[in-house]
Ligand binder design. Structure first.
Ligand SMILES: O=P(O)(O)OP(=O)(O)OP(=O)(O)OC[C@H]1O[C@@H](n2cnc3c(O)ncnc32)[C@H](O)[C@@H]1O
Ligand SMILES: [Mg+2]
Length: 198
């Protein structure tokens, strides 16, 4: 079993930090990379795995601590898996509301049965910046893209993501519930097993 009392979270996304800390509970203290640097690394990889490793290495280098990164996004079937790794940048960096508006517009004439999508999350944990064996865990969450936004919880595309198991959007779910069902929850369950925390 590996014992990490302190990990730095290689993310500038407050929504992720909140969710991941809630899932890890008190056993591991997650520190934000924002304590060490405000500069976000360029996400130059072509896959979630590559970007997660790149962010984790960067955070380990900046902090001197073991680092956990989350690279995630929304893959929409009708769009051939887009926005995918570009989810945060879908509307050219204009933020969540602009991303959601662009997605609704891209799917405006697409019927319900063709609106399938999945949230993807890859977690990468490196013990140090040059770790040759990052721990990688993946989680998927299948749903559909709604025709209009619903709900105030969560972040990002949550108001547009219909959750079949609950018949509501992921932004309608209470945080505790999203944290049991989501792509991030599934990836974190695997990571906890790998770390002997499960
Ligand atoms: O790279 P970091 O600093 O971690 O923060 P980020 O927001 O840029 O994160 P990503 O590069 O991994 O991009 C993921 C995007 O996918 C979306 N996303 C990921 N998980 C989500 C979730 O649980 N609910 C809603 N949207 C999510 C959201 O728009 C994120 O900005
Ligand atoms: Mg990012």
């Amino acid at each position: 079993m590996m014992n990490f009392q302190q990990l730095v979270l290689a993310s500038h996304n407050a929504g992720k930090l909140k969710e991941l800390q809630a899932m890890l509970g008190g056993s591991v203290q997650l520190r934000s990379i924002g304590e060490f640097s405000q500069v976000e690394p360029e996400e130059t990889g072509l896959s979630f795995v590559e970007n997660a490793i790149l962010k984790a290495r960067n955070a380990a280098r900046l902090s001197g601590l073991p680092a956990l990164a989350d690279d995630s996004g929304l893959a929409v079937d009708f769009l051939g898996g887009a926005p995918g790794i570009y989810s945060a940048r879908y509307a050219d960096g204009k933020g969540d509301a602009a991303n959601n508006a662009k997605l609704l517009d891209a799917l405006k004439d697409v019927p319900e049965e063709q609106r399938g999508a999945q949230f993807v999350c890859v977690l990468a944990l490196v013990r140090h910046a040059d770790d040759p064996l990052p721990i990688l865990c993946e989680g998927l969450w299948h749903g559909r893209i709604l025709f209009e936004a619903s709900g105030d919880h969560g972040f990002g595309y949550d108001p547009l993501f219909w959750v079949p198991e609950r018949n509501c959007s992921s932004a309608d779910l209470a945080p505790l519930e999203k944290n049991q069902l989501s792509h991030r929850a599934r990836a974190m369950a695997l990571l906890r097993q790998r770390l002997g925390l499960a």
